[in-house]
Design a protein around this ligand. Structure first.
Ligand code: ADP
Length: 448
């Protein structure tokens, strides 16, 4: 097992990784930007190295600085967390050539799943159902209107390099389609430096149901149940839960086996998530694979009893998976609420400021993963996620009741947060009935 790991991230996920390392008796090296000198992950790690200016491009995305921090501190492996360099195949490769283990899948698997248009084709070839759409990327010569006509409106234009809900536009007819393609291309070009787009049928009121998979380097892979992440705003997840309120045991097994097949087809190793859209008829379609640990991993940890970060580290060190599929049980229900420093009254604009008071909830069945504390100044350079609140119950109703109680206990002052908005979701009658589709917020909780 590794003796020292560098955590190439910040915020709650860096803290989360450091915690598992400590339990495994692995020393940790934190890296931080000049804006993060006082960050919790820096205080919690055994060692810390400043890697540059606040702008992500100059610190958390600065590959040479991160690699030299690892080399100079003698870290044998790097955990990338999510975001930043987590899905950069070039970074995974550089780690390898520098003699450092990248805690994640092989660079080739990241690459295969990285471009979403290509991943769709690979998955279709591997027998995984994909949303009907354009064959590959749209090119200058593509007869876009004909393709959309064949798929049938509405269609969604999606950026192949997309992520975080960006670079997506819906079109209901040909006039809208022309505008949507330009808008998606422009947004993708600005956000990802890659304007490649493709078309998919826009599914009506689907659920977002994703499968957690875990694979070792010896060809073994298991699925660890699903997460329903249908509660979204602008295609970004706000609340995630497991089990999905409508999944039957049979469908769970079918989707799980499909997800494992998807992972194995790209020789996956490590923790990964295969995302599907599930329609009302029970048909499901691959949309993308995330080749990293995800924000919403704690709900899966709770119902399976498996520490996913520890599992990633073990697998990266070459250990075989210690569990077989038939030994994996899912117990009870778990929900996660993402608490962001954003103001719902002003279109969820980020409001980073100083935390004057902070008292997280506690008690049975409550978990808080966070990177903030009293007196902490939230920098404005990064993601607005400041805490994740996760609750467990014997069933969905109990988990929701506990979430309502825990949200009510949570005290964060000095910062405007999304807690009141999450409370509205938790008491919404449709949510309580499990009628959760990806347009839920728009339909039930939008003030406009
Ligand atoms: P990103 O990588 O930006 O997160 P995804 O491909 O994972 O993008 O899609 C994010 C969300 O966008 C989905 O959870 C869903 O709400 C919506 N979406 C994506 N594709 C479709 C589709 N074909 N039909 C309906 N909604 C979709």
């Amino acid at each position: 097992m590794f003796k020292k790991i560098l955590v190439a991230n910040r915020g709650e996920i860096a803290v989360r990784i450091i915690r598992s390392c400590r339990e495994m008796n692995i020393r940790t090296v934190a890296v931080y930007s000049e804006a993060d000198r006082d960050a919790l992950h820096v205080q919690m790690a055994d060692e810390a190295v400043c890697i540059g200016a606040p702008q992500p491009s100059r610190s958390y995305l600065n590959i040479p600085n991160i690699i030299s921090a690892a080399v100079s501190r003698g870290a044998e492996a790097i955990h990338p967390g999510y975001g930043f360099l987590a899905e950069n195949p070039y970074f995974a490769e550089i780690c390898e050539t520098s003699g450092i283990v990248f805690i994640g899948p092989p660079a080739s698997a990241i690459e295969s799943m990285g471009a979403k248009a290509r991943a769709r084709e690979l998955m279709a070839a591997a027998g995984v159902p994909v949303v009907p759409g354009s064959p590959g990327l749209l090119t200058k010569d593509s007869k876009i209107a004909d393709i959309a006509g064949d798929i049938g409106y509405p269609v969604i234009v999606k950026a192949s390099a997309g992520g975080g809900g960006r670079g997506m536009r819906i079109a209901n007819d040909q006039t809208e389609l022309e505008k949507a393609v330009i808008a998606a291309r422009t947004e993708a070009e600005a956000a990802f430096g890659d304007g490649g787009v493709y078309l998919e049928k826009y599914l009506q009121e689907p659920r977002h149901v994703e499968i957690q998979v875990l694979a070792d380097q010896h060809g073994q892979a298991v699925y660890l149940g699903e997460r329903d992440c249908s509660i979204q705003r602008r295609h970004q997840k706000l609340v995630e839960e497991t089990p999905c309120p409508v999944l039957t045991e049979e469908l769970r097994q079918q989707m799980g086996e499909t997800a494992v097949r998807a992972a194995q087809s790209v020789h996956y190793a490590g923790a990964g998530t295969v995302e599907f859209m599930l329609d009302k008829s029970g048909a499901y379609y691959f949309i993308e694979m995330n080749t990293r640990i995800q924000v919403e991993h704690p709900v899966t940890e709770w119902v399976t009893g498996i520490d996913l970060v520890a599992a990633m580290i073990e697998v990266a060190a070459g250990a075989p998976l210690p569990y077989r599929q038939d030994r994996i049980g899912l117990q009870g229900a778990a929900i996660e609420c993402r608490i962001n420093a954003e103001d719902p009254a002003y279109d969820f604009r980020p409001c980073p400021s100083r935390v004057t008071d902070y008292l997280p909830p506690g008690g049975f069945g409550v978990r808080v993963d966070s990177g903030i504390y009293v007196g902490y100044n939230i920098p404005h350079y990064y993601d607005s996620l400041i805490a994740k609140l996760i609750t467990w119950g014997n069933d969905r109703q109990e988990a929701i009741g506990r979430m309502q109680r825990a949200l009510g206990e949570f005290r964060i002052t000095g910062v405007v947060t999304t807690i009141p908005f999450l409370q509205r979701i938790m008491s919404d009658e449709y949510f309580l009935r499990g009628e959760t589709y990806t347009n839920f917020i728009q339909q039930h909780l939008s003030d406009r």
